[in-house]
Design a protein around this ligand. Structure first.
Ligand code: AMP
Length: 201
């Protein structure tokens, strides 16, 4: 099964994609994580866009994505978390694969800003916590793997607003291109998971 998760920053795409990918035994591809883990020249190039909340160029993103999708663990299927981000990317994706389901996780802009402002991420295992809503058991330490938690470099007020602006102007229009199932992302995490599983049946 090949699934897209679409939704504004902080809607819980990453958190849900991890759980669902494990349950269905498919790969979780976060394009944001792929770029954050880039090294060398590629890292230098993508950092200039990412740190200010801008999208990296389509051609570069497509190259990184194609390479990832060609890996063995994607044979059974995958969840794409963070791609496509605009209509050009949606058309490029059509050329390389067929998507079975599109899940849209909805939250308000106000909730998005609130969540991202307090977001804490584990650099080691990728788990996500929140200073306000989902605090780690120990101060700035990951509950799963004990590594230090960090605030993402692009979770500044300015970059958050820029990313939300891009979401509404460039990413939201892709939903007209697909038949998507809407999920209320402002419910408890477990309920969102249940709704997604129901939608995938
Ligand atoms: P995310 O982790 O999904 O919030 O993505 C973080 C940042 O990575 C974005 O603000 C963009 O700079 C970049 N990025 C992630 N996915 C894409 C994409 N599909 N196209 C262009 N840039 C992307």
């Amino acid at each position: 099964m090949k699934i897209l998760f679409v939704g504004p920053q902080g809607c819980g795409k990453g958190t849900q994609a991890k759980v669902i990918a494990e349950k269905f035994n498919i790969a979780h591809i976060s394009t944001g994580d792929l770029l954050r883990n880039a090294t060398g020249e590629l890292k230098k190039e993508v950092d200039t866009y990412m740190l200010t909340g801008k999208l990296v160029p389509d051609e570069l993103m497509l190259r990184v994505l194609k390479e990832r999708i060609s890996q063995h663990d994607c044979n059974k299927g995958f969840i794409l978390d963070g791609y496509p981000r605009n209509i050009t990317q949606a058309h490029e994706l059509d050329k390389i694969t067929r998507i079975d389901k599109v899940i849209e996780i909805e939250i308000s802009d106000q909730e998005s800003v609130r969540r991202l402002g307090g977001r804490l991420s584990c650099k080691n295992c990728g788990a996500v916590f929140n200073e306000n809503t989902h605090t780690p058991k120990r101060d700035m330490q990951c509950d799963n793997c004990d590594a230090m938690l960090i605030k993402r470099a692009d979770d500044t007020k300015e970059a958050i607003l820029k990313r939300l602006d891009i979401y509404h102007s460039e990413t939201e229009p892709i939903l007209k291109h697909y038949h998507s199932v809407k999920i209320n992302g402002e419910q408890p995490i477990d309920q969102v998971t249940k709704d997604i599983i129901q939608a995938l049946k």
